[in-house]
Design a protein around this ligand. Structure first.
Ligand code: HEC
Length: 114
């Protein structure tokens, strides 16, 4: 419990600076097509994220985690959030695309700044 409270206070302190999860916009839909992800999975994944994942610790910094780590994180978090397998899949699709998009946009910003 102590560890949990410590964790909550750390995340709480960073709360204001953690951006909300990005919308499923045209850029994300384009990337979805490229990667063979169902557009519906993204909307569903985002909704699940907002309704199931943010109760305990608010928004997490999606860009902070290596995409390869998400499966391990989701092994712990999906049961906490009460997700079944298809829901977990949708959420993971959304998180991966949101992150990829953020990375791509970050890239183009730093490139154009030079
Ligand atoms: C019942 C409360 C609860 C729910 C629901 C929950 N989490 Fe968590 N989450 C925690 C706690 C507690 C920790 C810190 C301990 C740990 O990492 O296991 C944590 C940690 C994390 C971390 C940091 C992991 C790391 O290794 O740094 C991420 C990312 C995360 N959660 C994402 C999610 C996502 C995505 C969902 C929705 C599927 C979710 N959480 C749902 C309680 C919750």
């Amino acid at each position: 419990m102590k560890r949990f409270l410590l964790f909550m206070s750390i995340l709480g302190a960073g709360c204001a600076s953690v951006p909300p999860p990005p919308p499923v916009d045209q850029a994300m839909l384009d990337l979805a097509v490229e990667r063979g992800v169902e557009p519906q999975a993204l909307e569903n994944g985002r909704r699940l994220y907002l309704t199931r994942c943010t109760n305990c610790h608010g928004n997490v910094r999606l860009d902070q985690y290596d995409p390869l780590r998400w499966p391990t994180i989701m092994d712990r978090m999906a049961p906490l959030a009460g997700l079944d397998l298809p829901q977990r899949d949708d959420l993971e699709d959304y998180l991966q695309l949101a992150r990829a998009l953020k990375a791509a946009q970050g890239d183009s910003i730093s490139r154009s700044a030079k």
